[in-house]
Ligand binder design. Structure first.
Ligand code: NDP
Ligand code: 8X3
Length: 265
């Protein structure tokens, strides 16, 4: 509602899953006066989302789709300056873009899988954060804005077959917590949300497009949806300025740890 009115919000990984839901949820929550910068590699999907938002809430939400690969440092370097002027004063950054590749165990993990997970989940998130912090630090007396990072239960509880992904999400947590301390003299809110199991394209990406393997992950359980996590993201951004939801862990009801899951047979 009101607290989000007039804000400029950047979402990475808006083409699918949690990121897509988050764009829609922000638009629904503040339909009259909001600016959304929606980014991903699959720009066609982002443009479709822009149309969907327009259909649902009308013209009160201005959407600017950007093709952006967060794993490419040079694409991020020019990102803020290449936005139209009216979208440059970023209030909220949702660092959501992320991915997992495979279930290989240490010793057998492909070098390219290690690199793509770290380049996307860690270096990409750090580079986006630094680019947008330049804007946020200029706002108000000491700096103001929200950085909302999507971590994972995997960053708290490493599991076999996920060593690199888990390490990448632990790095997100560590970076986030240090940064919150570094920025303590500002009004910049540093937030991390750690979801448990969410049914998105996440597992499809993990298994290289193998739908049967992806579906098996969610068999016999009711996973969270992208919309469930979107609600928590918009909740955090919509708190009064002095309230920081610093850290959130969100499970579906059947899950109590990375690998403790109740499945109906
Ligand atoms: P999806 O695969 O549905 O969405 C991932 C999004 O990230 C896509 O929009 C994709 O866009 C984008 N992305 C991937 N690589 C890049 C890149 N190099 N540059 C820019 N964008 C990229 O999965 P989720 O919605 O589930 O994932 C969102 C976040 O949530 C991730 O950080 C994930 O680790 C985290 N998470 C997911 C959980 C789950 O169980 N699903 C649980 C906990 C955390 P495109 O391919 O078009 O670039
Ligand atoms: C995704 C959740 O535990 O499947 O971050 O890796 S998990």
């Amino acid at each position: 509602g009101k607290r989000l009115d007039g804000k400029t919000i950047v979402i990475t990984g808006a083409s699918s899953g949690i990121g897509r839901s988050t764009a829609l949820e922000f638009a629904r929550t503040s339909p009259k006066n909001l600016k959304l910068v929606l980014t991903a590699r699959r720009i066609d999907k982002v443009k479709e989302l822009a149309e969907d938002i327009k259909k649902e809430v009308g013209d009160g939400v201005k959407v600017h789709p950007v093709k952006l690969d967060v794993s490419k440092a040079d694409e991020i370097r020019d990102f803020v300056q290449s936005l139209p002027k009216e979208f440059q004063d970023i209030d909220v950054l949702v660092n959501n873009a992320g991915m997992v590749k495979g279930v290989d165990k240490a010793g057998d993990i492909k070098e390219e899988d290690v690199n793509v997970m770290f380049d996307t989940n860690v270096t990409g998130l750090i580079n986006m954060t630094q680019a947008v912090l330049k804007v946020m630090k200029k706002r108000g007396e000491s700096g103001q804005g929200d950085i909302i990072n999507i971590g994972s239960i995997a960053g708290r509880e490493p599991y076999p077959g996920g060593s690199i992904y888990c390490a990448s999400k632990a790095a997100v947590r560590s970076f986030t917590d240090a940064m919150r301390k570094e920025l303590i003299a500002t009004r910049i809110r540093i937030i991390v949300i750690d979801p448990g199991q969410v049914e998105t394209e996440f597992s499809l990406v993990r298994f290289g497009g193998d739908k049967d393997k992806a579906d098996a992950v969610y068999k016999g359980v009711t996973a969270l949806t992208g919309d469930d996590i979107a609600e928590t993201i918009v909740f955090c951004a919509g708190r009064p300025e002095n309230v920081v939801i610093a850290d959130m862990l969100v499970f579906p009801n059947h899950q109590a740890a990375a690998t403790v899951m109740h499945r109906r047979s």
